[in-house]
Structure formats: C-alpha cells, structure tokens
Design a protein around this ligand. Structure first.
Ligand SMILES: [Zn+2]
Length: 252
C-alpha cells in the first residue's frame, strides 16, 4: 500500500484563521495519537444567544471550512455579534482534511460516533463544546454526488420546520436545490430531510442528534453540492448561515 499523501495544509488553515482572529482562537491539544490541535473560536463571548457553527467533520469536504474562513475574513459575523455568542469549530477532523479523507487518522467516520461512551478524541471535543446549551447548531458539509443543495433539520419545535424551507428558498438563485424524493437513503421534501425519529432507539448518532439530546432547539446539517465551484459553494453556505441567524434573531 502506498503511504497516504497530504493534499492540504492544516497549518495554512491555522495561519489564515490567525490572520483574522488572533486573540480568539483556542487550541486544544489532545493526549491521543492525533497530533493536530483541535480549534475553537468564540466571537461575542458572553452574549445571551448562542450558536455553534462547525465544519470539517469529513476531511474530504473542504467547502464547509472555506465557508467558515470567509465568515471570519469577510466579517459576515458583524451583524450578529451584538446579540449572539458565536462558537466556531472550523475543522473537526484535521487529519482527514490534510489527507483528503472522510474519516479520521484511525479510519473512523466521526459523524457516526456521537452516541459512543468512549468516542475518538475529535468527537469527545465536539461533545464537550455541546455540554453548554446552544439554541442553534449549524454543521457544514458537502456532497459530491448531489446535483444541488439540500439539508437535514431537527428541532424541538415543529413550528421552526419552516426554517429549512426558508434557507433553501434563499439559496435557490445561487445553486439549484436537490428536489429528489430520496437523498442519500433518506426521504426528502423539496430538499429538506427531517423525518421524525425516536433518537433514543437509534444505534448511532451524528453530531446533530447529540446536540438535540443536549437541548439544542434546532440542528441544521447543510449539504452544498461539490460539483459547483468553491465560491458558489461558500456563497450558498454563508446564505444559509445568515438566513438561520436572521430567523432566530427575529423569532426568539
Ligand atoms: Zn459530510
């Protein structure tokens, strides 16, 4: 077997983050095998509203990380920073990012392991961030098989189910929406996947369901379509983030 080759530089990501927010980056060095620091950035510390935005769970989906970098560098957060405490996890799976793999250095798909009692370090780190309550979580992913944007949503109040549709409505002029009845094995309605399930009966949880179990009011998992260029994928994710924050700002 050929040794794995690095295709991206995590150091460069840290460098780009430092350029925009030198003071607010917390790095968590872990004791276990992965030599990468796990990064957390908090903007508007102490504000009453709390949102968690994360990316890089799957290392071969750079669009989410680029969206968070743009969120910082182009100061998209400025309209929200007076009311919201915004926690960013820019790269949950740094090894996967450097080597272009969905899984971490142990070959594990981290987004399947949030129900484990002894999860991998990266999952434990994200769980620990979720131990303090958030109103809203937004997870940025991408799909290299989808013809368009789609999303998963779950929440405690069915009235907020309209949010998923509002997000796609805001995106439809940037990128087409995936209107298939079934997406990635789940039934979908106009690009929204949100079947009602008893999460306690599930064998495994993704991060969104772990968040839900910790009292997050609405969990969004956003999937941009990799076949479009990076600028378009980023534009779509940023539009989704802003639509969600505006919705919560106006409604609650
Ligand atoms: Zn993903």
């Amino acid at each position: 077997m050929q040794p794995a080759k690095k295709i991206n530089s995590f150091e460069l990501i840290i460098h780009r983050l430092e350029k925009s927010h030198l003071d607010s980056i917390e790095t968590h060095h872990t004791k276990q095998a992965s030599t990468y620091p796990l990064l957390k950035i908090v903007l508007g510390k102490g504000n009453p509203r709390r949102v968690l935005i994360s990316a890089g769970m799957h290392g071969d989906e750079p669009g989410g990380m680029e969206s968070l970098l743009s969120f910082l560098q182009d100061e998209h957060y400025l309209s929200y920073i007076n009311h919201w405490e915004i926690t960013l996890l820019p790269c949950i799976n740094p090894h996967g990012y450097e080597f272009g793999t969905r899984e971490n250095h142990e070959g594990k798909d981290l987004n399947r392991l949030f129900k484990e009692t002894q999860p991998p370090t990266e999952v434990f780190f994200a769980q620990s961030v979720l131990s303090t309550p958030f109103e809203l979580t937004i997870e940025l992913h991408e799909d290299n098989e989808s013809a368009g944007y789609y999303l998963y949503q779950k929440g405690v109040d069915a009235k907020d189910d309209e949010l998923g549709f509002k997000i796609l409505d805001a995106i439809k002029n940037i990128m087409p929406i995936n209107l298939d009845d079934e997406i990635d094995g789940s039934s979908a309605d106009q690009g929204v996947i949100g079947k009602s399930i008893d999460i306690s009966k599930m064998d495994w949880w993704p991060m969104a369901l772990y968040g839900l179990s910790k009292g997050v009011k609405r969990c969004l998992t956003l999937e941009t379509a990799s076949q479009f260029n990076m600028a378009t994928r980023v534009d779509a994710h940023l539009t989704a983030i802003k639509t969600a924050l505006n919705y919560f700002s106006n409604k609650y």
